[in-house]
Design a protein around this ligand. Structure first.
Ligand code: ADP
Ligand code: ZN
Length: 459
């Protein structure tokens, strides 16, 4: 049966927030829905989106036919696993518009992924998609505790990257004020944070650290001169240690936000004040975790690759999209009252995993180990090489506390270096060379930080 235009549009129960309102849960209907209803809603929407995609996107039409699947075969969520995956390479192969499901004149916006892992992928939005985006970002910001009384210093990059405009569109919807500063020119950011008195900071966690550094350099007393109380950070992996570091240095509560351009941008999932995983907006994004090697779905609680299906995307519906992000899903009541499934912080990308002399090495593990040492700063780089095409080598360069670079501290520095080296070898199961670098010697990033340099592919 032909899908009608707008067949995937959904009632989002939109409302306007009045000034005096405090809305802890933006959309209770969907955020506190009983679990059994969630499943039913997802199954219904899945059936619709599969029909819609196969009707409008030749790629899906062919793919579903090959898998001998059609919307008619979907009766419950159990049937999801019979649908084929969509890979990042499918997007690249159909670059730029090959997976669009609507005529070009219905595309209201185009964004792209930031291209961390190669050529950017392009994502399109219809007006209705932008509306969904505003809705999920309004939910996300509210979940973090942002209200129309807040002033958001939005230092995510504005542009093709979804971070800046994503936060912006959600802030507009809840009626918060936005300072659309984008990233960069850190000194000016610090000045404006003080002068404008933003209460919420949004940017990548690594840029939050850059701001913290600038604040230290200018010896600003954050408690007295800033009004920040909350930070919403995402777009790149970060660990609990980084969270603590940012919270302490900027005197705010740091919450995690997750998303990717292909699916919608930021607003796929958001951490609530309980800081215990990110709630996924499951009425719009259907999550699974799979074993990246076999493609088999894994039970709740097990770590694997996150796969997402858009349940209401018009311009570019994606079915079982392999995000390459590693995490786990867990259910169970959350103190915030939401019933939505939660995902763990991203434990890395499947394509970030380094295989070093046959051993799998995850950069997140290196970060965690490094930052368990007080005197190691949260700035580091991992360089993998294969000199003369023989054995793989890993060098970890980490900045250390300025104290250790005083002339009297050479020995202590060497001692620390060796301890870190041993600790890393123990945890990773492969030896690495550690270098401690002086303060501010490594490159700082305004957006996503590039921490891994794998020179092996260049040979
Ligand atoms: P890319 O970085 O792949 O070019 P995007 O700019 O769309 O594309 O970024 C999406 C990716 O950013 C996600 O797939 C994920 O790897 C990463 N990401 C986004 N939010 C988070 C987060 N909160 N924690 C860890 N990683 C994140
Ligand atoms: Zn919660």
């Amino acid at each position: 049966m032909a899908a009608e235009p707008g067949a995937v549009s959904v009632d989002m129960g939109a409302k306007t927030l009045r000034r005096e309102d405090r809305v802890p849960i933006w959309n209770p209907k969907f955020e506190t829905m009983p679990r059994r209803h969630v499943g039913r809603l997802q199954a219904e929407r899945l059936k619709k989106i599969v029909a819609y995609a196969s009707e409008r996107v030749p790629f899906y039409n062919k793919k579903f036919a090959q898998a001998r699947m059609s919307a008619a075969d979907i009766d419950s969520l159990d049937d999801l696993k019979r649908l084929p995956f969509t890979e990042k390479s499918d997007l690249r192969d159909h670059y730029p518009f090959g997976l669009f499901a609507v005529p070009r004149d219905q595309i209201a916006r185009i964004h792209g992924s930031s291209g961390t892992t190669g050529k950017p992928t392009v994502a399109g939005y219809t007006r209705a998609d932008l509306d969904v985006w505003a809705e999920v970002m309004a939910r996300a910001l509210s979940m973090a505790g942002v209200t129309n009384q807040d002033r958001i210093h939005n230092a995510y990059g504005y542009g093709l990257f979804t971070g800046g405009l994503g936060v912006h569109i959600g802030a507009d919807r809840i009626g918060a004020s936005v300072v659309p500063i984008s990233s960069g020119l850190t000194k000016r950011q610090v000045m404006l944070l003080e002068d404008i008195g933003a209460t919420v900071l949004t940017c990548t966690p690594s840029y939050a650290l850059v701001i913290a550094e600038a604040v230290d350099e200018q010896r600003i007393d954050v408690q007295r001169r800033f009004k920040l109380r909350l930070g919403i950070f995402g777009a790149e992996p970060w660990t609990e240690n980084i969270r603590q570091e940012i919270e302490a240095r900027l005197n705010l509560r740091a919450l995690n936000i997750y998303g990717l351009a292909e699916i919608i941008g930021p607003g796929v999932a958001q951490e609530c004040e309980h800081q215990n995983g990110m709630h996924i907006f499951e009425d719009l994004f259907l999550p699974e975790v799979i074993d990246p090697n076999t493609g088999e779905p894994l039970p709740f609680g097990e770590e694997g690759e996150l796969v997402l299906t858009t349940l209401a995307k018009e311009a570019m519906p994606l079915i079982r999209y392999r995000t390459r992000d590693r995490t786990r899903l867990f259910t169970g009541p959350c103190a915030c009252g939401r019933t939505l499934v939660r995902m763990d912080r991203i434990l890395g990308r499947t394509d970030d995993m380094l295989t070093v002399r046959g051993v799998n090495v995850f950069p997140q593990v290196i970060e965690k180990t490094l930052l368990s040492f007080d005197e190691v700063e949260p700035h580091y780089q991992i360089v993998v090489d294969r000199p003369k095409n023989q054995l793989d080598t890993v060098e970890v360069v980490a900045e250390a506390s300025p104290r250790l670079f005083q002339p009297t501290q050479t020995e202590r520095r060497e001692e620390l270096r060796r301890t870190v080296e041993n600790e890393l070898a123990q945890t990773l199961g492969v030896s690495v060379d550690v270098k401690l670098a002086g303060p501010k010697t490594l490159e700082r990033s305004e957006g996503k930080t590039r921490r891994i340099i794998d020179k092996r592919q260049l040979q």
